[in-house]
Design a protein around this ligand. Structure first.
Ligand SMILES: [Zn+2]
Length: 138
């Protein structure tokens, strides 16, 4: 899903939360799209380049070609339920982590929906599942 779409939907969620949590809603807003930076981390690990344009073209190309084989091989460190669980539990230490978890959770749900819409498969969004079923290309 495009970062702009994430930002717009996160902004709406932040507006809903604002009367309840005040300025913490800005954390929901930013965490709703900023974790897409892990696409660039993945791209750097595999292609030794931090070129945002090439990374975007690569990821976008997988979607537009409905390249399910390449899509399921990609692992993003912030796009999994385990990361979100850690953030939610971190809320016991600092409330901000709770709102990071909420924003990142919305982000992951939107990405799972988007991948289902494009590829017709439901991605579990679990790091544990990924590493247990990891394709042998690594
Ligand atoms: Zn994403």
């Amino acid at each position: 899903m495009k970062v702009v779409t994430h930002a717009i939907i996160s902004f709406i969620l932040a507006l809903v939360f604002y009367p309840i949590v005040g300025l913490y809603s800005t954390i929901i807003f930013f965490s709703g799209f900023i974790f897409d930076v892990d696409h660039l981390i993945w791209y750097y690990i595999h292609y030794k380049s931090l070129n945002i344009t090439k990374c975007w073209e690569y990821c976008n190309g997988i979607g537009s070609h409905r390249d399910t084989k390449r899509m399921v091989r990609m692992f993003f460190v912030f796009h999994n339920w385990e990361f979100i669980l850690v953030m939610l539990l971190g809320g016991f230490l600092w409330e901000g982590f709770l709102f990071i978890g909420i924003g990142a959770g919305l982000h992951l749900l939107l990405d799972i929906y988007d991948r289902y819409r494009i590829f017709g498969v439901v991605i579990p969004g679990s790091a544990i599942h990924y590493f247990l079923t990891k394709p042998k290309h690594f």
